[in-house]
Design a protein around this ligand. Structure first.
Ligand code: BGC
Length: 769
């Protein structure tokens, strides 16, 4: 009796509790936005104008500066409520210290945002973004962002300046390394995957971070590939080819946007009301925070759109830039601008509100220290699962560009001559923008070979060449963490030593390329061949008659005509991250069969740049008519790239059947089905990226020769055949006409399916009215 009474009591209590919970649920769950609005409104009602302006001030503490100014009086300004966020500071201890200043010592206890350039990993460094893109594996790309989020969020950070989604078709531009290459549709897929990995659609969790899509907009289209240079582009091209990846990030819920350094058709992005207020906010419905790039407001004076910081500060805020990165233009000028009637308090309020909302969404008002968690940092950072995922993702990013007579994979026996400035190197493995990554933790190629072969291979090493012998360039690179160790011997002496070493070996593995600082920001190159004397080194090694395997590390497409003609194998490995050496050795010795494909065209010579697969036909397309002068072509080089977009080999071979359509005439809204049989015809199991391109043959505006619209990465055992099915909908056929209307036009289309953008088979269909 007693028992059943207590049971009854317990049931009643549970009932009351769940009724309470039911009651509360609708108010909190159905209206989280209202709750946030009310909170932010109440807080802002207590804030002075100065405190609101303080929220718009983003300061840099510490190192890794990308411009001339480092913030001054940071601690004092935090105490005064004049700082909204800090970047370049991490670790739970350092973050807690600054957060305490904000939370305990300011009048309104508003916590700080903590941002950082976590671009391809935080401590566990993944391949550079151009390498990640080459995986064609969205799950792997999302995973890379997830690993970065787990580590950085435990290490004090709540905001990462990634993904960088700038379409880049000019490999002279050093920042091509930071994005996913030349293709619009593909870039949009990567953008979505990255945002998902960082934010997981739930910023309230303590292991997610706010992503920041950058650089808005069109930064990758800088004239002549020179960083920060002018961008001038038709609206049609902008909307069709350059804007979709940013839009994809917005649609995926990215919390913040960073403005770009460049001007767009005469108006710098950071002070461009059309770009930020009209397009981003009104048209696309972006509700988050817009931060400028590093001192980008100050630089508006140099751009020549205002006489002084007072004038350009007004323009930037009015245009929709909320937070001023490092430049302190807002801090110094907004108060006066309001007093002078040049800006309204409502404009300041709108920007401040967006900063506070970001903090609210991140849960900082509930627990300002939730991201600075020493225990979690210890358990998370560089944990085993991350390291093994990093190795796997790195292997997937590698692209086999050539493999004559199956020189690869190598046998785990005999002697390898391991030669080149990157063979024993650790610093460059983690690439540019490697954030908090510790290069001393990175696995060199030499170490990777030892580990993967279990010491069964003899390694004969020679450096062979410096990256460059240009002392000024070396000084410049080393001033920014390059760690270039220069061998003082004459280049000829180094080459001779390498040749001697090569003669003792069964095969030569030359690990050559760029030093990481030759890629990334402010690292444009006018000549994009192998730097320094590395090509001379390869030529000398070739003379030995030994099989020559070239392992490349670089952050951009390089011009490699000699290498393509003369090396027996070429493996593109980008800068593969913490596990670089292990991953490279896995591929070299066949423990992993390469499956990566390039996402930026490799030109034959730099004069072909910009070069990209989805070009237009022109009125005089060149079709191989050698004696016909008046064609769109060069006199001294063909129009063909060295390696086309989507190219990459495997240790096995794949055979494609001719693609089949379910019908050849379709009505709009009726999906087109394309089927192709892919067979693994070689001697290894392997993965293949089956690519689908479309051409709209006649349009009211000219259309590209091909556009990627879908792909599938499949695994086939040797001998296995798989039917791959794609659906094309009218959505895939849409484009912007010259009135900027987005839609499809009935007519004839070609569908191409194949292993890269060049080697395809085609079928056609008609879309009726
Ligand atoms: C770069 C951004 C970066 C920022 C902060 C700038 O120079 O353009 O990509 O996020 O610095 O480090």
């Amino acid at each position: 009796m007693k028992l059943s009474f207590s049971f009854l009591l317990l049931s009643c209590i549970l009932l009351v509790f769940s009724a309470e919970a039911q009651k509360k649920k609708p108010t909190t769950a159905a209206n989280p936005e209202q709750a946030m609005n009310a909170f932010v409104r109440d807080l802002m009602a207590k804030m002075t104008l100065e405190e609101k302006i303080g929220q718009l001030n983003l300061v840099s503490v510490g190192f890794d500066v990308t411009g001339p100014i480092v913030s001054q009086n940071v601690e004092e300004n935090i105490r005064k409520g004049l700082v909204g966020g800090v970047f370049n500071t991490f670790t739970p201890v350092a973050v807690r210290k600054l957060q305490e200043l904000a939370v305990k010592q300011t009048r309104l206890h508003i916590p700080l945002l903590f941002g950082y350039d976590v671009v391809h990993g935080h401590k566990t460094i993944l391949p550079i973004p151009l390498g990640l893109a080459a995986t064609w594996d969205m799950a792997a790309i999302e995973r890379s962002a997830r690993i970065a989020a787990e580590e950085s969020s435990a290490d004090g950070l709540n905001w990462v300046y990634s993904p960088m989604v700038d379409i880049a078709r000019d490999p002279r531009w050093g920042r091509i390394a930071e994005g996913s290459g030349e293709d619009t549709w593909y870039g949009a897929q990567v953008a979505k995957a990255m945002v998902k990995g960082y934010q997981e659609n739930d910023l309230a969790r303590d292991n997610t971070v706010m992503a920041c899509v950058k650089h808005f907009a069109l930064y990758g289209a800088a004239e002549a590939g020179r960083d920060y240079n002018t961008v001038d582009m038709s609206l049609q091209r902008m909307f069709q080819e350059y804007l979709p990846p940013y839009k994809a990030a917005i649609d995926a819920g990215v919390g913040s946007v960073m403005t770009s350094f460049n001007e767009i058709n005469g108006v710098p992005a950071t002070a461009n009301p059309w770009l930020l207020n009209d397009l981003l906010r009104k048209q696309w419905g972006f509700k988050g925070l817009v931060v400028t790039d590093y001192t980008a407001i100050n630089e508006l004076v140099a751009h020549g759109i205002g006489k002084n910081e007072y004038e350009v500060g007004q323009q930037a805020l009015a245009a929709g830039s909320d937070m001023d990165m490092v430049g302190e233009v807002y801090l110094k000028n907004l108060g006066k601008l309001v007093k002078d009637g040049k800006l309204s308090t409502a404009q300041i309020d709108a920007a401040c509100q967006r900063v506070l909302e970001a903090k609210y969404k991140l849960g900082l008002f509930t627990d300002p220290y939730r991201y600075a968690n020493e225990k979690r940092a210890k358990a998370t950072i560089l944990k085993k699962a991350f390291i093994s995922d990093a190795r796997d993702i790195a292997r997937k990013s590698m692209v086999l560009l050539k493999n004559e007579k199956n020189v690869l994979p190598l046998k785990k026996s005999g002697t390898i001559a391991l030669i080149g400035p990157l063979a024993r190197n650790q610093r460059d493995m983690i690439g540019n923008w490697s954030a908090a990554g510790d290069w001393k933790r990175a696995v060199s190629v030499e170490q990777g070979i030892k580990t993967v072969t279990g010491g069964k291979v003899n390694i004969a090493y020679a450096k062979g060449a410096n990256f460059t012998d240009d002392t000024l360039l070396i000084r410049r690179l080393n001033a920014h963490g390059g760690e270039l160790k220069i061998d003082k011997r004459a280049p000829e002496e180094m080459i001779q030593e390498a040749v001697k070493v090569a003669l003792t070996a069964d095969v030569v593995v030359a690990v050559v390329g760029e030093s990481q600082g030759m890629t990334g920001e402010a690292a444009s190159r006018a000549d994009i061949g192998l730097p320094g004397r590395q090509l001379d080194l390869l030529k000398a090694l070739k003379q030995t008659g030994k099989p020559l395997v070239v392992v490349l590390m670089n952050g951009r497409p390089l011009t490699l005509p000699w290498e393509q003609n003369n090396a027996d194998a070429i493996l593109e490995t980008w800068f593969a991250g913490t596990e670089a050496g292990n991953a490279i050795a896995d591929v070299l010795f066949g423990d992993y069969n390469p499956s990566g494909k390039i996402t930026a065209t490799f030109p034959q010579v730099v004069g072909q740049v910009p070069i990209y697969y989805s070009h237009k036909t022109t009125g005089r397309p060149y079709g191989g008519e050698l004696l016909d002068k008046y064609k769109s072509r060069y006199l001294d080089v063909s129009n063909e790239p060295l390696f086309p977009f989507g190219f990459g080999l495997s240790y096995t071979t794949f055979n494609y059947s001719k693609p089949q359509l379910n019908k050849t005439t379709f009505r709009p809204n009726e999906p087109v089905e394309v089927k192709v049989d892919v067979k693994n015809t070689g001697n290894f199991d392997g993965e293949e990226v089956v690519q689908l391109y479309i051409q709209d043959l006649v349009g009211s505006v000219t259309r590209p020769v091909k556009e990627l619209k879908n792909f599938q990465k499949i695994f086939l055992k040797k001998g296995e055949t798989r039917t791959v099915t794609f659906k094309i909908t009218s959505e895939d056929l849409k484009f912007y006409n010259n009135q900027l209307q987005y839609g499809y036009e009935p007519g004839d289309f070609k569908v191409f399916v194949g292993t890269n953008s060049r080697d395809v088979q085609e079928v056609g269909f008609t879309l009726t009215e």
